[in-house]
Ligand binder design. Structure first.
Ligand SMILES: [Zn+2]
Length: 454
């Protein structure tokens, strides 16, 4: 194990990938920060990392992680979640608020912050939940921002933890404030009434499986919900972030609101990009997620939308469950799969397969999420002064994802058995080597809490 790499590291000869530029050169790191990126920086460093033939990327920022701690330890825990993140080149995770208890008060946010600070192997930010705060919603939101909330999450449909959706009043107040202060409000955008009606129909017909689950929560439910959110964002000048968009038809709505006073950000996940209910029906409840995985033609359209710039962020929606919760009928099984360990790897694989530019991967997985959540350029960049969160990938290595390589407590993911190109070899977190040769070498949780600049 190599420790104490925080002074004068020179990463030499790698292919440095940024959103708009790909250059062969050196990255100089000192005291946990990027000092300089350039060609042939002079010698004399305590440590030189030879990266020739390798890709050098800024660490990924995964804005959609359900680490399950506190309160849901039978599903997973934050140490394992963030070990998985580190192994996958995700150096920042933004943790969702639907733990037990949910993060709905400044006291609870501070408690969770303290707890996870002693557990986290990567840097992390915390969401607060947005639901119907009776009384003064604005006061509550401001208090939560004051103690460091990175953003707010509103669950507009049924979800893990059964959190109630926000009232119109709370939603309006939150979006208005988001425009004024610059934080995003993240939406699980599916219309409740729509989901209830179509679920009743599909179950009533005795249907089963992933195709049936798609029928029970059709794209219409997403479209209605996005229209609702986007129109309030337009009226208030708010910043609405649509989490895990799955339906390609929803982009017609997104397009209509882009360029208005609303800021509409779109996130999708590798689950919708790599899986569909036709080719992957054999997975059954294992692949149950909300919104559901869609058709193969929808999957192709989602890639096209991503290439054309309609998607801002690729996040994992990492949402592990225990084996007994993922069994049985599609209607009873829990929705969600773990994904933080391979979100970046899947996108790098896609780039090496020629599906997208590798610079686009950096934009979607590092730069844009850092920007949306107020962490840029400290995170998501290799600019001088940025945290030296750096991922070195060997593009010539092909590997098959094995169960024993996963850091999750429950290894229930459809990526097992997939052959991927481009292996994460080394990961630096603020200049400390936390992954070497694809193995975790950090001997303690080095992650720190991040709050947004606002
Ligand atoms: Zn989620």
């Amino acid at each position: 194990m190599i420790q104490g790499l925080s002074v004068g590291i020179l990463i030499r000869g790698g292919t440095i990938v940024l959103k708009d530029t790909i250059t062969v050169g050196e990255v100089l790191v000192d005291e946990g920060k990027v000092v300089r990126v350039g060609k042939s920086i002079e010698s004399g460093y305590s440590k030189v990392v030879n990266a020739s033939g390798k890709l050098v990327l800024p660490g990924a920022v995964d804005p959609h992680v359900h680490g399950r701690e506190p309160g849901l330890l039978h599903k997973d825990n934050f140490a394992n979640t963030t070990k998985a993140a580190a192994l996958g080149g995700v150096t920042t995770v933004l943790e969702m608020p639907n733990t037990l208890p949910p993060v709905d008060s400044p006291e609870r946010l501070v408690e969770k912050r303290e707890l996870l600070s002693s557990r986290s192997f990567v840097d992390f930010g915390l969401y607060a939940v947005l639901y119907d705060y009776p009384g003064d919603a604005e006061k509550r939101i401001r208090e939560l921002l004051e103690v460091g909330a990175i953003g707010f999450k509103a669950f507009l449909a049924q979800t893990t933890g059964n959190l109630p959706p926000p009232s119109f009043r709370s939603l309006y107040v939150a979006l208005k404030l988001s425009g004024e202060l610059g934080f995003p409000v993240v939406f699980h955008a599916e219309d409740r009434g729509c989901v209830e009606y179509f679920t009743e129909l599909a179950r009533g017909r005795g249907l089963e499986g992933l195709a049936a689950y798609n029928e029970a929560r059709p794209p219409l439910c997403e479209e209605l919900s996005i229209e609702y959110v986007a129109s309030i964002a337009r009226a208030t000048g708010g910043r609405a972030y649509i989490a895990h968009l799955s339906s390609s038809t929803a982009f017609t709505i997104v397009k209509r609101y882009r360029g208005s006073s609303a800021k509409i950000y779109v996130e999708t996940t590798p689950t919708y990009l790599f899986f569909d209910y036709e080719e992957h029906s054999h997975f059954g409840p294992l692949l149950k997620v909300n919104p559901p995985i869609r058709s193969s033609s929808n999957r192709r359209e989602l890639w096209a939308a991503l290439r054309s710039g309609l998607v801002d962020v690729v996040g994992s929606d990492h949402a592990p469950h225990a084996p007994h919760e993922k069994q049985g009928s599609i209607w009873e099984a829990a929705a969600g799969i773990p994904g933080v360990q391979h979100v970046l790897s899947l996108m790098v694989h896609a780039a090496l397969e020629g599906l997208i530019d590798v610079g686009k991967v950096v934009e979607l997985c590092s730069e844009n999420p850092a920007k949306v959540f107020g962490l840029y350029p400290r995170k998501g960049s290799l600019l001088p002064g940025a945290d030296a969160d750096i991922v070195i990938v060997d593009p010539s290595k092909e590997y098959v994802v094995r169960e024993e390589d996963l850091a999750y407590v429950h290894k229930l993911t459809p990526v097992i058995g997939m052959r991927l190109r481009g292996k994460v070899e080394k990961v630096l977190l603020r200049g400390e080597l936390v992954v070497d040769d694809g193995e975790l070498v950090a001997d303690r949780p080095l992650g720190t809490f991040l709050s947004r600049r606002w």
